[in-house]
Design a protein around this ligand. Structure first.
Ligand code: ADP
Length: 446
């Protein structure tokens, strides 16, 4: 059964069910119709014989039949026999056996040459000793024929129904499963051709398969986005690493050829060192991000007082700090410190030199807010979405100065916020400084 498709199985099941139902129905009809027919026949026979019994008399040993007497009525043949069982009147059906013993009042089946007969005898007394026998005979063929016709009709009609059930079942199953074939084909094409841009594209509907197809399409779209992001990430990362490496190589070659004085060599070495430092920072960041992403670096959430913690950290990082008390959250202090450090570094890098950088921790509704604010030039509205992307730098020349970031700082910040079940928001206006805020859910008891 395993190899048979679901479609065929459904069609088989439907056909089987139809066969059983039809057989049951025909059997039921046959049994009912034969009982009813037998009862009708018996009633018909009895009615005819009894009405004839009213119309027959023996007058001085001579048979007299009244005008109501019918030798043949409703298929019932009535015969009159003498007390000694000699036929007095009536025509015995040819196929009915002669010499069937008389039994008064019982309707019974008698086998004839051409089938069965229903027979009923009645003793009609006349005086003390005398009397006549009435024998009514009704051929069974009539009722048997009904049953046979019913069976014949069902045998003719049933195969048609069965065929319809099988074809219909198969067709419906096939139509219903068509989207599934489509889904399979698309998934196969995607996996074989590694073409993630393909979609199943079944028009939306309410049946399960359209929903499945839509879900798959969403899945493919997400896969495509994440593969694209991955590809972009790898290419950006290699690019970012290649740049300092080629600067270092260039500097070495130049130094070997042209550096003569100790001073010149010193300068070249300093440049090489700066590039090596920037590479090392980049590698650290890449590693941190990958570890966070792959879950190698487990986030260890613990209950903490965000206000007190921010007060200590602000002091350590030399930030102006304003922290409310009793902001209990669940957080990973090491990761949160990395988040604040990244934001503070950016604030120092991009804000006006000497401008104040503040760290605040406060409560708003059922959230704790941790904000790093600077007095810098702000970030243009159209860039505010993009700066969270990996390797995005609004002004690479500027980022490159000093500690040479690679556009990963904010991506890491965002990732840490998400790992805490929180989110980052940015408020910034050109010339008005920027405020990066982490929103964290407050613990229940704070
Ligand atoms: P990086 O600092 O290495 O360039 P980030 O991801 O930390 O990378 O920042 C991305 C970009 O966002 C920066 O290049 C900068 O243009 C912008 N940016 C970040 N913080 C600030 C800030 N406080 N003020 C102005 N611009 C900022």
């Amino acid at each position: 059964m395993k190899r048979v498709s679901v479609k065929a199985r459904m069609a088989l099941w439907l056909t089987g069910l139809t066969v059983c139902l039809a057989a049951l129905l025909v059997g039921f009809l046959l049994s009912i119709s034969s009982t009813v027919a037998a009862r009708n026949a018996a009633a018909q026979l009895e009615g005819a014989v009894r009405s004839n019994a009213q119309a027959v008399r023996l007058v001085d040993g001579k048979l007299e039949t009244g005008s109501d007497f019918r030798f043949y009525q409703n298929g019932v043949t009535t015969l009159v026999y003498s007390g000694r069982e000699a036929l007095l009147a009536g025509q015995l059906p040819v196929a009915f056996p002669a010499g069937v013993p008389f039994q008064s009042g019982t309707t019974r089946w008698v086998d004839g040459a051409d089938g069965q007969y229903l027979a009923l005898d009645l003793w009609v007394p006349s005086g003390w000793e005398e009397g006549v026998w009435l024998r009514g005979i009704l051929p069974a063929t009539d009722q048997r024929q009904v049953a046979r016709r019913l069976l014949g009709v069902s045998l003719m009609v049933l195969p048609v129904f069965l065929l319809l059930a099988a074809l219909g079942g198969f067709w419906i199953a096939k139509a219903a499963f068509r989207p599934l074939d489509h889904i399979t084909a698309t998934a196969t094409a995607i996996s074989e051709a590694k073409d993630l841009t393909r979609r199943i594209g079944i028009p939306p509907g309410r049946d399960e398969f359209s929903q499945l197809a839509a879900t798959f399409d969403q899945l493919f779209a997400r896969l495509e986005r994440s593969f694209e992001a991955e590809r972009q990430f790898t290419s950006d990362a290699s690019h970012e690493l290649r740049t300092p490496v080629s600067i270092i190589r260039g500097a070495c070659e130049y130094g070997e050829k042209y550096d003569e004085t100790a001073q010149e060599r010193q300068e070249t070495l300093a440049m090489i060192r700066r590039q090596a430092d920037s590479m090392s920072r980049l590698i650290d960041q890449l590693l941190a991000m990958t570890r966070l992403e792959q879950g190698t670096e487990r986030i260890r959430l613990e209950p903490m007082d965000l206000g007190a913690w921010a007060g200590d950290l602000g002091q350590e990082l030399d930030l102006e700090t304003a922290a409310a008390e009793g902001l209990f959250v669940r957080g990973d202090p090491a990761l949160l410190e990395r988040l604040v450090r990244n934001l503070a570094e950016n604030a120092r890098k991009y804000a006006k030199p000497g401008g104040a950088v503040t760290l605040t921790a406060e409560r708003r509704g059922d959230e704790a807010l941790l904000t790093v604010r600077d007095q810098g030039d702000g970030i243009p509205a159209e860039l505010q979405e993009k700066i969270w992307n990996r390797f995005y730098q609004a002004d690479p020349a500027r980022s490159g100065e000093g500690d040479g970031g690679a556009g990963l700082g904010l991506a890491i910040v965002k990732q840490i916020a998400q790992l805490h079940g929180g989110e980052m928001t940015l408020e910034s206006a050109p010339g008005g400084g920027s405020a990066f805020t982490l929103h964290l859910p407050l613990a229940k008891n704070s």
